[in-house]
Design a protein around this ligand. Structure first.
Ligand code: KG4
Ligand code: ZN
Length: 341
């Protein structure tokens, strides 16, 4: 089954054609990074307008890359939440138009479920190996959740963040260093230039809970940078580069440590068959390495290009739904605050 996957929940326009849930035939991401970078975050109105401009060329490109026409597709799948309302509307209405006019199956996909299914892309088959239950760490700009996946489409959320998402902590941290958006890759680059170590940041703990918390770390970073400022003016440009890199390394270590220690602890409690790490932050090399070395369970992390938002993960998730239940959800709508269960 060949599925056109469309993802427009946030800032990137992602379109892909995926065969049988695992084989991505073409994957186009039209990034809005440059447009939002100077604002230090996403401007929703600009994002939805840009999706309108990008979606037709992106769909045309995946068709051209695969030598396919709309009639060669079996289904259309689209993210219907959670996300920015204006952005979701563009993808959902575009998908409805194609599916209705071509009388094609159509699936609405939860963005978080899409991230989970990115683990199936590229040939790996966790359905056979290692099996269920799987513990999924979804770490993105809007979400930080630990989800127990009992089977395809069966989820139980075990923990989430009490305040900022971990990607948000990377983004806000980068802004404090005077760097652009998205902040994750910026912090990772700066941390890789560290020449020594600094005092460690205290790891955040939410008492009597499995939940995450990241806003305290961001405040601790602000205080640390303020302390290192030679003048009363807050200007990160005044701090020597090596010192900034050392602090960025400590900040990244603290964020990654929080994710890895909590995830491994819960995985042991639930005696899972494996751990999936997904969402934009899963592109972080330290997180990938640390989870791999500290988990006693098999760890499945998608290729970096499938970690940040993309249409392929939506096409993959849809296959596991449509192969069981053919769906023609032409009347579905966006749900900006959609949850996984
Ligand atoms: O999944 P995603 O593309 O969008 C959301 O659903 O939010 O995740 C974007 C987030 C941003 O916060 C970005 O800073 C973070 O993923 N990110 C990273 C890296 N690449 C992207 N965080 C840490 N290290 C990276 N290499
Ligand atoms: Zn995402």
């Amino acid at each position: 089954m060949k599925i056109l996957g469309i993802e427009t929940s946030c800032d990137d326009t992602g379109v892909a054609i995926v065969e049988d849930g695992r084989n991505c035939l073409s994957n186009i991401i039209s990034s809005q990074e440059e447009m939002h970078s100077k604002y230090g975050g996403i401007v929703p109105e600009m994002a939805s307008r840009q999706h309108l401009l990008s979606i037709v060329p992106a769909v045309s490109s995946v068709l051209e890359n695969t030598g396919m026409e709309f009639d060669d597709l079996d289904a259309v799948a689209v993210t219907h939440g959670p996300g920015l309302a204006g952005s979701l509307l563009v993808g959902v209405n575009f998908a409805k138009g194609i599916a209705f006019s071509k009388n094609m199956m159509m699936a609405s996909i939860n963005h978080l479920e899409g991230h989970i299914y990115s683990a199936w892309l590229g040939g790996k088959d966790p359905e056979i190996d290692p099996g269920f239950p799987l513990l999924c760490l979804i770490a993105s700009g809007g979400h930080t959740e630990l989800v127990l996946m009992k089977d395809h489409g069966e989820y139980e959320t075990l923990a989430r963040t009490r305040d900022d998402a971990v990607g948000e902590a990377f983004d806000k941290g980068a802004r404090l260093f005077g760097m652009g958006f998205p902040g994750g890759p910026e912090i990772e680059r700066l941390a890789s230039r560290a020449i020594g170590s600094e005092t460690k940041f205290t790891r955040p703990v939410v008492k009597n809970s499995l939940d995450f918390s990241f806003s305290g770390l961001k405040t601790a970073l602000l205080r640390r940078l303020e302390m290192k400022m030679p003048s009363a003016e807050f200007d990160p440009g005044d701090i020597p580069f090596g010192l900034k890199a050392n602090i960025a390394k400590e900040y990244q270590d603290a964020l990654v440590d929080s994710l890895v220690s909590r995830t491994v602890k819960v995985a042991k409690n639930k005696n899972v068959k494996g751990i999936i790490v997904c969402g934009g932050v899963a592109a972080n090399s330290l997180l990938r390495d640390k989870m791999g070395s500290e988990s006693p369970f098999p760890v499945i992390i998608p290729e970096k290009k499938y970690c940040t938002d993309n249409g392929a993960m939506i096409g993959a998730a849809a296959w596991y739904k449509l192969r069981v239940n053919p769906e023609y959800q032409w009347a579905m709508d966006i749900i900006p605050s959609l949850r996984l269960n």
